[in-house]
Each structure stands twice: as structure tokens, then as C-alpha cells.
Design a protein around this ligand. Structure first.
Ligand SMILES: [Zn+2]
Length: 277
């Protein structure tokens, strides 16, 4: 999570700067007057004016109306600086020296794509085990975000998502088999068990069948009321695990064709997993 903290700080700074700008804009300040200075005549008690980096208020002094001695406006508010954006690395040579840029621009470009594209998410069928409480209840909304991110790529038309806990392993296996017609797969008979090697049932996996339908197997350990667990295993709660698996279907679907179905597996692991991250 540490890698996001700078971005978050940057965001907070940005929000702070904007807040400053808006606060100044909304403050009831009269038109800037060149003659405004401490002690000089002013038109109406209560009026304010900005001059020489100060806010002056029109006050009554004896029978006269004069500008008070003024309050210095903090520098950060008078000249809001746009936060400096970390530079984007241009090639492998300057990757390491632009670490901040990698984080920022990855985040920024992902957000721009999500804003720009429409979702092309196909039909989603979520099947939940009889004893299972899924940690992420809004999976379709989450997958929609993933679909938008890769909205310019072909995506599968149908996806089955089987969510199950340790108790529901056999149930999950019985749901998986009818959807997966590629029975030659080496772990075909242990697919559900592989997501739940023990009661800490938390693996997830996705594959396509011969009709290019996705079958996502999601191990669930149930809801934890431990804030620590929610932080350390955020992916199980916030939908990134499901999006991650869904992105694998986009990779599979776009890197393979009828002649070379398994090109996907020849792609470097760091690229496949890094992109799905
Ligand atoms: Zn993965």
C-alpha cells in the first residue's frame, strides 16, 4: 500500500490548494483598489479589499471610515502552485530514476482510460456457495471498471463466477465441471480444491472454455471483522481480485486465436501479472 501514499499525499495537497482557491473566490471581497492602504479613506464599514498581499477591512475610526492595518494573506493562498507532476519514464534506461513517475502516470493513465471508454462487459453469472459469504458483494460493478479500462479490446461475452469457501469445495467442483468442457486440463478434477488448499481459502483463478466463456473460481474465507485483515487483504474486499482475474480473460482472448490458442501462456509472467495487477 505504501506505493500509493505519495499519490494520496499529492491528492490531498491538490485538494488543499483547490480549497484555498475556492475559499478566496467565495470570500466577500470588494474590487481591488489601488489606493487601499492602512489608514486611508474607505467607502463603507465592513468592506474588504486586497492590496499589497493583505486583506484590509473598512472600519470606523472616530468619525472617519478608514482601512485597518490589514491581515497578511498566507503565501500559499495568494499564489497557489500547481503541484509538480513527476516525469514519466521514457525508456528502460530511465525507469529507476523515475519511480515516482511510474506510479503517478500508471494511476493517471488508468483513470483517463476508464473515463474515456464504455464498458463492454458481457453477461456475468455469479454463483455463490450455500455456505459462502462473499467478501465482495458488488462484483459486476467492479468488473465494469476493469472492462472500461480495456474498453478498446475484445472481451468475452459470458463469464461464470463461482464463489465458495472451504465447506463448499465439492459444491464448487460440481458447478465448475459442466462449464469447463476442456476436461484434458491437468487440474480439471481439483480445480475447486486448488483455490482452497486449507481453510484459508483465498486463491482465485480464471480460464476460458472452448466457447470462450470465462469461468472464475474465487475462494472465500468469509467476512472478517478485523480491520487489519481488511487492510492486509484489501484485494479480497475491494474487488481488485475479481478485476485481476477478469483482465486475464482479456489477455487470453486477445493474445490467442483459433490456430494458436496458447500464445497467452508464452507471454512473460511479469507482463501478464503486472498488467492484471
Ligand atoms: Zn493473475
Amino acid at each position: 500500500m505504501k506505493q500509493f501514499s505519495n499519490l494520496r499525499n499529492w491528492k490531498i495537497r491538490q485538494i488543499f490548494t483547490l480549497t484555498c482557491i475556492f475559499s478566496i473566490a467565495l470570500f466577500p471581497i470588494s474590487v481591488v483598489n489601488a489606493a487601499v492602504k492602512a489608514g486611508s479613506a474607505c467607502p463603507k464599514a465592513g468592506n474588504t479589499a486586497i492590496a499589497s498581499g493583505k486583506t484590509f477591512t473598512c472600519i470606523k475610526s472616530g468619525k472617519k471610515l478608514v482601512w485597518d492595518k490589514g491581515v497578511l494573506i498566507p503565501k500559499s493562498a495568494t499564489s497557489p502552485k500547481t503541484p509538480e507532476l513527476p516525469p514519466m519514464p521514457q525508456d528502460f534506461q530511465n525507469l529507476a530514476s523515475n519511480l515516482e513517475g511510474i506510479k503517478y502516470w500508471a494511476w493517471k493513465k488508468v483513470n483517463l482510460e476508464i473515463e474515456k471508454n464504455n464498458s463492454v462487459l458481457g453477461q456475468v453469472e455469479i454463483i455463490t456457495g450455500p455456505n459462502t459469504v462473499p467478501a465482495q458483494p458488488n462484483t459486476i460493478d467492479k468488473l465494469t471498471i476493469g472492462s472500461k479500462l480495456f474498453g478498446t479490446f475484445n472481451q468475452i461475452k459470458k463469464i461464470y463466477i463461482i464463489k465458495f469457501n472451504y465447506q463448499d469445495i465439492e459444491w464448487a467442483q460440481s458447478k465448475y465441471q459442466p462449464y469447463q468442457d476442456q476436461t484434458w486440463r491437468s487440474d480439471y478434477l481439483t480445480k475447486a480444491k486448488n483455490q482452497c488448499p486449507d481453510t484459508r481459502c483465498r486463491n482465485a483463478e480464471i480460464e476460458l472454455n472452448s466457447k470462450d466463456e470465462g469461468i472464475m473460481m474465487v475462494g472465500e474465507i468469509g467476512l472478517s471483522d478485523q480491520p487489519k485483515d481488511k487492510m492486509e487483504n484489501a484485494g479480497r474486499y475491494n474487488g481488485t481480485r475479481e478485476i485481476h482475474e477478469y483482465v486475464h480473460t482479456i489477455q487470453m482472448f486477445n493474445s490467442s486465436n483459433s490456430e494458436s490458442r496458447f500464445n497467452y501462456n508464452l507471454l512473460p509472467r511479469w507482463m501478464i501479472e503486472g498488467q492484471a495487477l
